[in-house]
Design a protein around this ligand. Structure first.
Ligand code: SF4
Length: 293
């Protein structure tokens, strides 16, 4: 018996009990009793359900700097929540045990309501709730309800996200949160397609929308040697950020370590990170942070 999951938002019913999910730009068409690419949105008799709603598989208290946020509520603790599933397929995933994980339908699981999550955060002296570890877009219904409960008790909500979301869903989710760190995987369509199985443009649209909303925004760029760390890609990324956002946006460049399907690529040399930081500063970026070094 399939356990009762929360009905999803952002889908439409199709013929023959199929549904189309439009939470992210994959827009999966899902047959009856099948799940979408992210593995946590399941069609049961023509209705789409979120298997992740209320079922976090990772709950932890972290310094907010660890997310990473360098300039949002520094020095405070955040109550981190993650589930299974992801809408990207990054060869270099550093959390693949969660992103490629699945819920076991035969186990009831520990339900954590949005109200309970907010109370747990308060009890643990956190100032915010972070939707993190795996991709929060795929459990956006839970993020929205939890962010609302968090706000009621004076807590902020933050997303650590890949930004791969449709405009319609972003318009529902992003206004509910206070800050986001968006992962820029690599500044080219070719990189997104070959290394993540998705596309760059929706991510750029999400970043611009979040910035336009006036939310606190930080961007993280994981540098993979020989894949996305060329001078040309980094310059194009910085140029786009300066023109479309601002050179005041905090940017994190972080070092890659071999993981998941990318074990034949070495760690990012520390010198590469310092060289990129100097380049960014030389063209006017003043909030540059280096990570994983
Ligand atoms: S959120 Fe999941 S089911 Fe929905 S379109 Fe994206 S990958 Fe497919």
């Amino acid at each position: 018996m399939y356990r009762k999951y929360r009905e999803a938002r952002w889908y439409s019913a199709l013929a023959n009990k199929k549904v189309r999910c439009y939470l992210c730009p994959r827009e999966c068409v899902i047959s009856d009793m099948q799940s979408g690419f992210c593995s946590v949105r399941k069609n049961v008799e023509g209705k789409l359900y979120s298997a992740a709603y209320g079922f976090p598989v990772a709950l932890q208290i972290d310094p907010i700097e660890k997310k990473p946020f360098a300039e949002f509520m520094p020095g405070t603790k955040t109550f981190s929540i993650g589930t299974y599933g992801c809408n990207l397929n990054c060869f270099f995933c550093q959390n693949y045990h969660l992103s490629r994980g699945h819920y076991n339908e035969k186990q009831a699981g520990q339900y954590v309501s949005p109200e309970s999550a907010a109370q747990l955060a308060l009890k643990n002296e956190c100032r915010s709730i972070a939707f993190t570890y795996n991709e929060p877009t795929i459990f956006a219904e839970y993020c929205i309800d939890t962010a609302r409960e968090a706000r009621k008790v004076g807590l902020a909500s933050v997303l650590v996200t890949n930004g791969y979301i449709t405009e319609r869903a972003a318009q529902d989710l992003y206004p509910e949160i206070d800050a986001a760190n968006i992962d820029m995987k690599g500044f080219s369509e070719e990189f997104y397609l070959s290394m993540t199985g998705t596309h760059l443009q929706p991510v750029l649209d999400a970043i611009k929308y979040l910035y336009k909303l006036g939310k606190h925004l930080e961007i993280t760029n994981l540098l993979i040697p020989g894949k996305n760390d060329s001078d040309e890609l980094i310059e194009t990324f910085l140029d786009w950020t300066a023109k479309n956002l601002s050179a005041e946006v905090p940017i994190h460049f972080s070092a890659f370590h071999p993981d998941y399907k990318l074990h034949d690529v070495p760690h990012t040399p520390t010198e590469t990170l310092h060289k990129i930081k100097e380049k960014a500063q030389s063209i006017g970026f003043s909030h540059i942070y280096l990570g994983n070094i």
